[in-house]
Write a protein that binds this ligand. Structure first.
Ligand SMILES: [Zn+2]
Length: 207
């Protein structure tokens, strides 16, 4: 029996894995973690590499080349720009903002009590509405979440779209992260309702 080169396919898988691990390590050195979506369907909306800082997703990249470019080129990364939405940062516990345990003697927040959050006003199809969200471990986490909402809203090129995004933001349940900017951007680009859950690019393409 002649030898069959049955390892060639495995070889490419190993090469890919090595490339991926190199990107993972580069991300870690920059303070990010990379999580690969388990879906193997390249048309699924979640397909690809998700980059997180702590528990927050900062980017979603569709292929390994895109991931490598993102890691190599800090300057071109989006998401760091100014947002138009105004927000304020607060601390709170079930007894309210006046609870004496919330603050230390020096007036700084005691993060072992209560949680941090943000308050803002967002456009919605029913008119401007107040949005308040608490449950963050630090004021900077709360601020990041507020900025994330602002970045989502800024995806809307017009008021009607901003209202749609506002509806989407308002519908996100407590303790659930806001959808990644890239996901919403992709859905807006495709002309889908940004709030519609679970529609893959594949499904859109066959419509
Ligand atoms: Zn309290």
């Amino acid at each position: 029996m002649p030898m069959v080169p049955s390892h060639s396919f495995d070889f490419f898988l190993v090469m890919d894995k090595a490339r991926e691990n190199r990107a993972r390590r580069a991300a870690e050195r920059q303070g990010f973690t990379v999580r690969k979506s388990r879906t193997r369907d390249p048309l699924a909306i979640a397909y690809g590499w998700h980059i997180l800082r702590g528990r927050r997703e900062v980017a979603h990249l569709r292929d390994i080349g895109e991931l490598e470019r993102w890691l190599a080129d800090r300057a071109s990364r989006s998401g760091g720009g100014k947002i138009t939405m105004r927000y304020s940062i607060h601390v709170w516990c079930p007894y309210g903002a006046e609870c004496p345990k919330l603050h230390r003697a020096d007036k700084s927040w005691n993060p072992r009590h209560g949680s941090a959050g943000f308050a803002c006003r967002i456009p919605a199809s029913t008119g401007t509405r107040a949005l308040k969200r608490f449950g963050y471990k630090s004021k900077s986490d709360a601020e990041e979440a507020a900025k994330h909402v602002g970045r989502l809203l800024d995806l809307g090129p017009d008021e009607a779209t901003r209202c749609k995004i506002g509806d989407l933001v308002a519908a996100v349940k407590r303790d659930t992260p806001y959808p990644p900017v890239e996901t919403v951007r992709l859905r807006l680009g495709l002309g889908l309702d940004p709030g519609s859950a679970g529609i893959t690019t594949g499904e859109w393409l066959v419509r």
